[in-house]
Ligand binder design. Structure first.
Ligand code: GLY
Length: 366
């Protein structure tokens, strides 16, 4: 069992990584069950795998699990679902002292967190992430959001959970494609500030993607430790420290927008291609060696992740992709900060990037 703390003063909270934790959930979560109940939000896919198990884990306790099962997929991060969920919670008589539990991947975590942030001006919130992406990234750090017609994650708040319970063994039932997509976010932690960890990824990716529980646990603990430190230093992405976690996301966001935020290219895949593009662009600007950019692309290729526009199945012009980037919520005063790199493990924020130059680079890359 590994416990990691996100140090945020009175909003500090523990993250527990323990194989088998799902079946021991009652011993970790009962303390959050004011009024002897917990409100669980999950989706159809995750619910069919884990809701009965969670209920079983609580069977000997006096805590009631009050669950709502949402449709699976990104469309649940909507005003419509937010309204349905908040109306339902109010009908159930939720109080500010109650706790919502997000049982699922990033979509459920983001929607549950935002619901917790606004219902009765804020109730408790616990994460039980069930995808690799949610375990290593979205369940930690308190970014919560829904989507709007204007784009993804544009309505939301920073609202920290009180506890994150991670069971690496739940990933054994995760489809290969989802595991691989989540792995892109693991690689990210090597690329941003830890070249040794990137080398670890190169050595261990086969075992990880074959669901080896020890390797998965090691990757999760390392990723969560890194993220907890960064969030502790820059909770609301003010100093630029937390922005490092956006490596690959600006390019990736344009690819996701171009493919309609659909199953054609899921978030982690877009981030993989985006990181390779960020390194290739860094090499083009002379920030890093071409050999480093090639090494990043080669690793992503070797695990079956997209590593350029073609492998992301995107044919759009550079101008069109850059137009997508202009809707990015990080856009400030007409400029967009880009995460570039001086080498593997040496990511930095560049505020002097000309979007026309990015468009030219993308045209040359396609
Ligand atoms: N996923 C990036 C962040 O949490 O800051």
């Amino acid at each position: 069992m590994t416990q990691i703390t996100v140090e945020l003063g009175e909003h500090s909270y523990p993250i527990l990584v323990q194989p088998g934790a799902m079946d021991l959930a009652a011993s970790f979560l009962t303390r959050f069950a004011n009024n002897s109940r917990l409100f669980i939000l999950t989706d159809e896919n995750v619910g069919s795998h884990f809701l009965a198990r969670l209920e079983h884990a609580f069977s000997g306790s006096d805590v009631d699990l009050v669950a709502r099962i949402l449709p699976a997929g990104e469309t649940s991060k909507s005003w419509h679902q937010l309204e349905l969920v908040t109306d339902w919670l109010l009908e159930q008589g939720i109080e500010r002292s109650d706790t919502l539990v997000a049982l699922g991947g990033g979509v459920i975590g983001d929607l549950t967190g935002f619901t917790a942030a606004i219902i009765k001006r804020g109730c408790g919130f616990v994460q039980i992430p069930t995808s690799l992406l949610a375990q290593v990234d979205s369940s930690v750090g308190g970014k919560t959001a829904i989507n709007s017609a204007a784009g993804k994650n544009l309505i939301g708040s920073f609202y920290q959970p009180r506890f994150v319970l991670i069971d690496p063994l739940v990933l054994t039932s995760l489809p290969d494609r989802e595991l691989r997509a989540g792995y892109a976010e693991v690689v990210k932690y090597g690329l941003i500030n830890d070249a040794k960890f990137f080398a670890w990824c190169e050595e261990n990716s086969d075992r990880l993607l074959n669901h080896d529980p020890d390797v998965l646990s090691e990757a999760i603990v390392h990723s969560v430790r890194t993220k907890a430190l960064i969030v502790g230093e820059d909770e609301k992405e003010v100093s630029g420290r937390r922005a490092l976690l956006n490596l690959g996301h600006t390019f990736g966001h344009a690819l996701e927008a171009e493919t309609g935020f659909s199953d054609k290219l899921v978030h982690g895949e877009a981030v993989a291609a985006g990181m390779a593009l960020a390194f290739a662009y860094s090499a083009r600007r002379g920030h890093c060696d071409v050999a480093d950019a090639d090494r990043v692309a080669l690793h992503l290729k070797s695990v079956g992740l997209p590593y350029n526009l073609a492998t992301a199945s995107v044919e759009a012009s550079g101008k069109r992709l850059v137009d997508h980037m202009m809707h990015d919520k990080k856009m400030s005063g007409g400029t967009l900060p880009f995460l570039l790199a001086n080498g593997i493990g040496k990511t930095f924020v560049a505020n002097d990037v000309e979007l026309a130059d990015v468009a030219a680079f993308l045209d040359e890359s396609s």
